[in-house]
Design a protein around this ligand. Structure first.
Ligand code: NAD
Length: 371
């Protein structure tokens, strides 16, 4: 089979030369768009050195049997694909399921990395976790850079500097890495999450858990957060507002799969913060956790910096590409043979992540998913 590597919209690349080499050693061919890996510090020569060939983007789209991308290609480019092409990307069908129809009419197959179940066995394939972890780390570094104060406590000849107070809202993968990073920098860290399981994880990293009683049960939500009652949201807002007022840095990562991100920081709360404080909102692409967030922008409002960035992993492009490729490699162990793909749909990971198969929509089709 011919694997195609395209230039992405950000600085990462989906397939590193190491993974390209692996595909080639297993009897497949690999082609790449000129400059596909350059911004992740994998030059064209590193791909040709392992036996991959350079091709134009259009040529790759028309001829590749398998395309692995970080973000889905455009609808216009889907038109160029041949019937039978296999697409692997993060399609987010839970945001817009109509994307499946488009692939189905073209007779192609689509597998969505963001549909891989969040189970222990699938951890090594979980691109969401790899990217979220990098984002959590980078969010703290961004805040540190903008903050006109030290993060750690320092005893200097001129006097003692108190540590900065960092508040993390949403203690999933990104939030936990943000906690660990802020702790390493010496900040005083508190964190909040609606999921009951997160308390122990927050505490194990040495941060204080901000507790709001009465959250809805999330044990059957596959690890994701569930919508909360109005009463709970009110109590949560009151307590969080008190914490925000005292914080030097707030990192927000709270997401609700398939729905807009919850607003956790109002304009009033921003106004209550000390001048020069920083909010980094990782949930900006789904509406943001702060009412004043602007996606893909750094703004200063009421003397507070607000960073809206859901794509922070792209800032650590080399490492993000390496981890993404490793996740892809682990996922492909389930299905790739020397002869081609062999999909075992009794495997939960394959079944859940396949959204369209040979022109048939699988996503949301309960009967097929249970077959
Ligand atoms: P996410 O990106 O969907 O959301 C980030 C965090 O925001 C979550 O912890 C969520 O509970 C929290 N949140 C949502 N609404 C909130 C609100 N109103 N206030 C405060 N916090 C709120 O989450 P994620 O990081 O992708 O992790 C999702 C789940 O999957 C977690 O339970 C995580 O432990 C689990 N997980 C499992 C595996 C695995 O075993 N393979 C891998 C990664 C993550």
């Amino acid at each position: 089979m011919l694997f195609g590597i395209l230039r992405e919209n950000d600085h990462r690349v989906s397939v590193t030369p190491e993974l390209a080499k692996k595909f080639i050693s297993e009897g497949h061919e690999v082609c790449f768009e000129i400059g596909a890996g350059t911004t992740a510090y994998f030059n064209d020569s590193s791909y040709t050195a392992v036996g991959a060939t350079e091709k134009s983007r259009e040529d790759i789209l028309k001829t590749a049997n398998v395309l692995i991308t970080l973000d889905p290609i455009s609808k216009e480019e889907v038109e160029l694909l041949s019937e039978g092409t296999f697409l692997f990307s993060s399609f987010e069908p839970f945001q817009d399921a109509s994307i499946c129809e488009l692939y189905a009419t073209k007779g192609i197959s689509a597998f969505s990395f963001d549909m891989i179940p969040r189970t222990t066995i699938a951890q090594s394939m979980d691109v969401l976790s790899s990217m979220a972890s990098i984002a959590g780390y980078k969010a703290v570094l961004k805040a540190t850079e903008l903050l006109p104060r030290y993060m750690p406590m320092l005893s200097t000849a001129a006097g003692t500097v108190p540590p900065s107070k960092v508040l993390i809202l949403g203690a999933g993968v990104a939030g936990l890495q943000a906690i660990a990073t802020a702790k390493r920098l010496g900040a005083q860290v508190e964190a909040f999450d609606t999921r009951a399981a997160s308390k122990e994880e927050v505490q194990s990293l040495g941060a204080k858990f901000v507790e709001v009683a009465g959250a809805n049960d999330d044990t059957n939500a596959g690890g994701y957060a569930v919508e909360q009652s109005e009463e709970y949201k009110k109590k949560q807002a009151e307590l969080i507002n008190q914490k925000i007022e005292k914080a030097d840095v707030v990192i927000t990562t709270a997401q609700l799969r398939g729905r807009p991100a919850p607003t956790l920081i109002s304009e009033e709360a921003v106004k209550s913060m000390k001048p020069g404080s920083v909010i980094v909102d990782i949930a900006s692409s789904t509406g943001g956790n702060c009412a004043l967030t602007e996606d893909a922008k750094v703004v200063k409002k009421h003397d507070v910096f607000i960073v809206g960035n859901s794509n922070l992993a792209a800032d650590i492009s080399e490492q993000a590409s390496v981890l993404f490729s490793k996740n892809v490699q682990n996922y492909f162990k389930l299905m790739l043979t020397k002869e081609g793909f062999n999909f075992d749909f009794s495997d939960e990971i394959i079944l859940q992540s396949c959204i369209v198969y040979k022109g048939e929509v699988i996503y949301g089709n309960e009967a097929k998913q249970q077959a």
